[in-house]
Design a binder for this molecule. Structure first.
Ligand code: SF4
Length: 287
């Protein structure tokens, strides 16, 4: 019998009191319970940064990878065992800085994984530098007079690169966040949920109150059609990406389904040894 405790690890989080990542972890646990996937059938793959600790606090299998390398690792796990529910998780610096190339390719390939980004618009673990989503004018340790570069627009990027599920949520709205994360886990294909998860220690600009003030939910528009790419892009433009809910969702074949010669059963159960004839044939190619 599954309960919320089934998804809790024995190690307690060390995030700063009030950090949005607590709510993201709780939401992922609740959404997994709602979906009914057992923890032993899940793998949480995380990156480097405060958010990267999430794999240690979620009671499933987990991999804490290198900076920016969450998505290729998560994709490899999924390809090796399609029976697993694979969650990739990291921060805006990890995913949209050094890892942005992997983000583009995971989205266009439509690997069946759920990517949760804890977006706090700053590098928190390293004590407050400008991140790829910091807004112009944001004064940080690396830009004391204000950031001036155009920020990455995560949802627009995900949609234009081919992601088949794109959503956004806010750590200050746990119920709304759980709904979006649950839909993302249920989606077959690459699902990305960008979650505004305030860094209460090093970002005094993008606070809970600030997000509450600027965010609207896409479901407030009864005529919105999340399967219409042009409508999704227009909504993002009109809201400056300050919007929550499921922005875009379509169905397409996944990467794993299209990989030739990939058995549908886990590779761990497949005998990959070569027979002597095959081995000899292979050797001939190198002689
Ligand atoms: Fe969270 Fe910021 Fe503290 Fe890191 S530094 S745990 S992101 S509040």
């Amino acid at each position: 019998m599954l309960s919320l405790d089934s998804y809790k690890a024995s190690q307690r989080p060390t995030w700063c009191p009030g950090c949005g990542d607590f709510a993201v972890l709780a939401s992922l646990q609740k959404a997994s319970l709602n979906v009914g996937v057992a923890p032993e059938d899940m793998v949480v793959v995380s990156g480097i940064g405060c958010s990267g600790k999430i794999s240690q606090h979620f009671g499933s299998y987990g991999v804490h990878t290198l900076h920016g390398r969450v998505l290729p690792t998560a994709a490899a796990v999924k390809v090796a065992n399609r029976n697993l529910t694979v969650i990739a998780a990291g921060g805006d610096g990890d995913g949209f800085g050094i890892g942005v190339g992997h983000f583009v390719h995971a989205a266009r390939r439509n690997v069946d994984i759920t990517y949760i980004v804890m977006d706090n618009h700053i590098y928190g673990l390293t004590t407050g530098q400008t991140s790829p989503t910091s807004e112009p004018g944001h004064c940080t340790k690396t830009h004391p007079e204000g950031a001036f570069e155009e920020p990455i627009h995560p949802l627009e990027l995900a949609i234009t690169c081919g992601a088949t599920f794109v959503g956004q949520a806010f750590a200050g709205d746990p119920a709304g966040m759980t709904r979006v994360v649950e839909q993302a886990i249920r989606h077959k294909g690459f699902s990305m949920v960008n979650i505004f998860s305030p860094c209460v220690t090093f970002n005094k600009r993008n606070t809970y109150a600030w997000f509450k003030e600027v965010l609207t939910d896409v479901s407030a528009d009864p005529n919105y059609d999340c399967t219409n790419k042009a409508a999704a892009l227009a909504k993002l433009e009109e809201s400056a990406e300050h919007i929550t809910g499921v922005l875009y969702q379509v169905n397409k074949k996944t990467y794993e389904e299209q990989l030739p010669n990939l058995p549908s059963s886990p590779l761990t159960g497949v005998d990959l040894r070569l027979g002597s004839e095959q081995f000899e044939h292979l050797l001939q190619e190198f002689r």
